[in-house]
Design a binder for this molecule. Sequence first.
Ligand SMILES: O=C(O)c1ccc(O)c(O)c1
Ligand SMILES: [Mg+2]
Length: 641
Amino acid sequence: MQHCIATVSLSGTLPEKLEAIAAAGFQGVEIFENDLLYFDGSPRDVRRLCQELGLQIMLFQPFRDFEGCRRDRLQHNLERAERKFELMHELGTDRILVCSNVQPDVIRDNAVLADDLHQLAELAARHEVLVGYEALAWGQHVNSYRQVWDIVKTVDHPNLGVILDSFHTLSIKDDLSRLTEIPGDKIVFLQLADAPILNMDVLEWSRHFRCFPGQGEFDLPAFLGPILQSGYQGPLSLEIFNDGFRAAPTGGTAADGRRGLLYLEESTRARLAASAEPSAAAVLPQLFVPAPQPQYDGVEFLEFAVDEAAASRLARWFGKLGFAHAGQHKSKSVNLYRQGGINLILNSEPDSFAHAFFVAHGPSLCASAFRVNDSAQALQRAKQYRARSFESRVGPNERQIPAVRAPDGSLQYLVDPGADGSSIYQSDFDMLPGAAGKQGLLTGIDHFALGLPEETMDAWMLFFRAVYGFKAENEHVLPDPYGLVKSRVLHSPDGSIRIPLNISENRNTAIARSVSTYRGSGVQHIAFATDDIFAAVAAARESGVPLLEIPRNYYDDLAARFDLPDEFVASLAAANILYDRDAQGGEMLHVYTAQFEDRFFFELLQRRAGYQQYGAANVAVRLAAQAQSRARQQARSNWYD
Ligand SMILES: O=C(O)c1ccc(O)c(O)c1
Ligand SMILES: [Mg+2]
């Protein structure tokens, strides 16, 4: 379908916005009146600029507080409209949005509103433009698309139709069943926005918290599906009022918007394909179908960008945690460490992607690799979703692994089993005696958590949902001793890959400090799975892994909360193991290591009886314990001691 976006959705000057919109591949644009007012050129200049960029001006908006106004204002309002119609000729657009009146003195009589809109439609006919009437959710009298449709039906004029906006309909949980009543050709325009579910004043919610499809929590396919079924063929247009977007780099936001519309098309298509109605089958050919999302089988490896010195320090940590040095790259300064099904790579190759990443961020996670059933297909899907692919320099006989750039520029490799059954390591590495992987106590990567700059969370959500088909779990707000942390887990549909994403608005929380240390997003911790947490802790202690100490008070509370036997609680306390239990009796037992150079730490974790969460209740305990440990360390290192 054709894609359009309102200029209000982006930061920058009008020419900057238009350039970004064209570069992202939109066919059209809604000119928001304020953007025109602030532009130091004529409407004809805007028209020319759009033409040069290959953009069609699909709508001009908004026109406010027209219908049902004070009777002595009506003539003035019609004259005001006429001036806008003339302006639209200069812009070269034939559609205008009239939003429902929000003035307290509006006349609450649909016959009067219909009469006013009839006069407006007559005027529009003389100017050969179309008027679309939109219900604002906070409209004084008209606040639902159902009222708008009733009035438009009454007026019954070829130059007046309906404008639908998903925000105004879904924010008030409006009845969607009458959407199919509106014939497609009576829908003048269709605006789409997602949003997080928030309990707040609807006007404030709309003006500050809208986001792109796939970034929020609205059921947009339930809204778009019926509209397409009733024959709407016009563009899908984004109209996003969002404080973060107004401040974010223009090009990236526009690109996210395009991805959001593609994702909405794919999700709506899936919904309609499951329907038995013939009108649903009829619209499928219009909708975006990318390559199917891959099937996943866990994390293949995690790769760290390091220099020689950091490589040897981190390798010592890996050794203490039971990893074997399993391979040495044939042509690069890259080493593989392995235990159970876990592969960790240290990359200190000068003049490489990892090196550039190291220079920018210091010791950090520069790449992760997902095991997929078909990496070529997974890469194709990523490209269809306009992700950037990456090709690394490979030596002779080394394997080129398909890779995609994540929103922060780090890499995500897509690794499939390969036709000849050989592993990616066999072709590129000289394998060492420990190559089979030490049969240690750690068996796999349960999850790895990232800390993100606050304003980038939306982009990550959409990227993982669209490109990889990951699911987003509900947001948790967690207390850090110095502020709040918001955490949302993304996981592959089968649960084999889990990535908690964390943001914080406060400046001194663990997440905020992580963002400042890395100068951007970065890995916060990596959780290794074990089948025997007590043995894993004993082994870690034995080899001198510093573990995070948990206060005694925590265990007293635990005994009370879960009614656990005293000896069990004592054994947890002795090992600094945190505990959680879900409603079905599933259990999680976990410990944390100290931080590696104030950047990231490891978690050893055992899930029992199908426990699926992350011990959110324990995060606050961990954050407080980490803050205390940092304070102790600082006290020890004071210069005057
Ligand atoms: O917030 C507003 O005023 C506003 C204006 C125009 C729209 O199309 C809309 O959805 C909201
Ligand atoms: Mg709107």
